[in-house]
Design a protein around this ligand. Sequence first.
Ligand code: HAM
Length: 424
Amino acid sequence: MGTITAVRGFKDILPDETAKWQHIERTARSVFSSFGIREIKIPVLEKTELFSRGIGETTDIVEKEMYTFLDRDKESLTLRPEATASVIRAYIEHHLYATAPLLKLFTIGPMFRRERPQKGRFRQFHQINVEYLGEKDPRVDAELIFMLMHFLGKTGLPSLKLEINSLGCPMCRSLFRDRVVSFLETKKNDLCDDCKRRLTTNPLRIFDCKVPECKQTIAGAPVIIDFICAECSNHFEGVKGHLTALEIPYALTPTMVRGLDYYTNTAFEVTTNLLGAQNAVAGGGRYDGLVKLLGGPDLPGIGFAVGLDRLAALIPEEDFRFAECPHLFIAAMGDRAQDFSFRLANELRRQDIYVETDIGDKGLKSQMKRANKLGCSHTLIVGDAEMDNQRAILRDMTSGNQDEISLSSWEILSERLKATGKGR
Ligand code: HAM
């Protein structure tokens, strides 16, 4: 029988990579706690209507990319393509809006989109999602963006660019939509079949089309920022002013519309030039009508999602070489020494010291080879002679220094290992 491989676009994150992922998540949790952002855990499966209504029937995600199936009782269910709609569902379902005027939530987990897999683009990918719910002050937008940039900076990422735009409110958008449509009507033949259709269903989505001819055609089109009303404009000026006050540099990108229909006013993306075509590390924006659209009170919200897979790809592996290296490797020769090593290893582990041994009858050479490969900070060699004398050689793998220690007092050994830390 042949081997069974993972599904296309679904990947394993292997043990050598997970230290990086843990570092990112730890950093996120620590930053979020300073800003009072609390964790919410939500299901990966939802009723299909949540996404078709929330994200928009005529978006690429809903039209082409959702993993949707009929459950055994004929109910249509979908593996979540994003987290915002689910967070809002929970916010409404559990009346969380009554708990705080500005509720700050985060969630971390896998999302599913049936896109064409390529470098940096997967069908199962992972996001860190943050949503600020209930308040519309431009300071909220600026705090959220500041927090995102602070978090990305703390993970140690090189050269990131923050791009912002305003998508206005539904009123400004309808005027803009008319202008874009009349501009494109004359150039209809230059558009792909999808965009010809979008011209009547959802013209804003044409700005997102990846077909080069469409990109070229839309390049001369009017941009939304020139159509926003006074209120939206004031809001955007406020956001920009607060970002400047917080010393967050940004670039204005008037063609950025984001791929989900729920956005209003502030929209933003963080991009890098190190990932090729899939250059967005994070994206988000304000969505003031979404809570109401999903059946809740008329409350505003803003949030973002960071693509964990892309973030992890940007962080150099070397930084984590020693994150999971042992404090100590015990090489044991003979039955008595093996028993001793087994007890000592587990006693030290009880004290949060990471110890590796070779269980089973391996030669000294092969044990030392493994100790070396694991990158441990110290090794201890024990055999019959060491058992008889209750003394053994402890070797510091960084300096190469060796000294004799007593095997009857484990405390001294454990204090020394704790003081030096893990790895070389
Ligand atoms: P999004 O722009 O669709 O926004 O996704 C956010 C981030 O997820 C992207 O910038 C990218 O890093 C990552 N991402 C998206 N698709 C893939 C993929 N196929 N493979 C790998 N990474 C991917 C949202 O999802 C919104 N829900 C963000 C948001 C939250 N807006 C308001 N609140």
